[in-house]
Design a protein around this ligand. Sequence first.
Ligand code: NAD
Length: 495
Amino acid sequence: MRKINNYINGSVSSISSNYLQVDDPSTGEKIAEVIMSNADDLNLALESSKKAFAEWSNFTPLKRSRVLSKYKEILEKNIELLAKIVSQEHGKTLDDAKGSVIRGLEVVEFACGIPHLLKGEFSQNVGSNIDSWSIRQPLGITAGITPFNFPAMVPMWMFPIAIACGNSFLLKPSEKDPSCPIKLAEFFSEAGLPDGVFNVVNGDKEVVNMILNDNRISSISFVGSTPVAKYIYEKSALNGKRVQSLGGAKNHLLVMPDANLDQAVDGIIGAAYGSAGERCMAVSVAVAIGDIADNLVNKIQLKAETLKVAPWTDSNSDMGPVISLEHKNKILDYISTGEKEGANLILDGRQINIQGYENGYFIGPTLFDNVTENMKIYKEEIFGPVLSVVRVKNYEDALDLVNKHIYGNGTSIYTSDGEISRHFTTNCKIGMVGVNVPIPVPMAFHSFGGWKQSLFGDHAMHGIEGVRFYTKLKTVTSRWPKSIQSGPEFKMPTN
Ligand code: NAD
């Protein structure tokens, strides 16, 4: 059985003899085992991170940028390979996996501009013959803990910028699909990154707790479910670490009566069922406003029925399986709960059977109509191919619905009315907003992050927010007084 170990100080490493099974979700078969690192594994990684930081933080930003440029070239040549690794362990279609690798690569591309991004501010003569300027310095050893649904892209929201800023980075990827992060680290070494600057330590919550408690680590970047995100935020802050902690979501897509309905339906179908709904920016609630509801539901149903559910090896697949049997059962429970709560089950994905893949973790597209605010399937994140349609009378009720929900990751409105769209983008309490765009995921040079229970901490991921998160601000005030001798001053200096 293939063993997935750690990547420490430029090579594969393992001390713990404890391993966890990794499945192919399309077949339900065990395909590998991943190491559950112990304190010795983590200690080895951190000692190498510490040593590497001393060297790497002294590389000039331009030299760091050149290593990143080389890394970008290597990644570009290996998009297909990385996507295949992602698809096999995650189950998503190959095209979707490629897209996610490219979105990660774009962060590397952004981080290549680090000499410019690290430029501080300068003021001449803040007082007579006194100048003041600011610089941004790296934190030290930074760490990232990432979820299963984007094993390439989410780690790449973090480490390219952390490393470009002069930090060393320790990644603890999801134990469900850990092969891609190891490959990403190997390619970085190939690009000339000094050993130990980027280490990957595998494991589950045990090693996460060791990371949170280790005072050699300066900051924690986390992406995952809300209960864990909240725990990580609290624990990291208690231990004096800088922390950005992104959680779950329940994204609403509003369809106004004046929307182009076919465009809205296409947007909803891709965003609700793409990647089997396992995206933090997936649309899980369609809000039908006014009298378009019947038409909208009919059109969604007709399109959803045509989707091909198949393993990633089938190039015609629209969506693959969910990540694990446990997760599949959790989603099936939600569908039963929705029925019991009185929502109208229009499309039931529970009975799907794919020949040759009977043990895979597949669920077909599922559609509920007449979902209401008090239902569990509305309140909670399902993270599967289950779409709820909520019917409301008017735009004001739809906005109210969005703003009352505990999650605030993404939302979108389909309309042809500029005034309504502007009102919505201004007044919704959500971090990422789309207008006639179903999944408004910001590009690498903007920043990714939600509001409310979707993000704990002050900084979103990547873009300039990433640079700020991974650096400490220092402001220097100086004068060179050869001839002036004014004696000690006891009052606050003013101009
Ligand atoms: P998860 O919270 O179960 O796991 C995330 C990471 O935390 C993993 O590395 C895991 O090993 C670790 N972990 C799990 N339980 C832990 C615990 N009790 N203590 C310490 N560490 C623990 O999330 P997941 O199932 O891998 O990913 C899906 C979730 O991630 C969804 O809720 C999704 O919305 C969210 N997500 C959010 C974003 C975002 O940007 N907001 C992006 C992607 C995924």
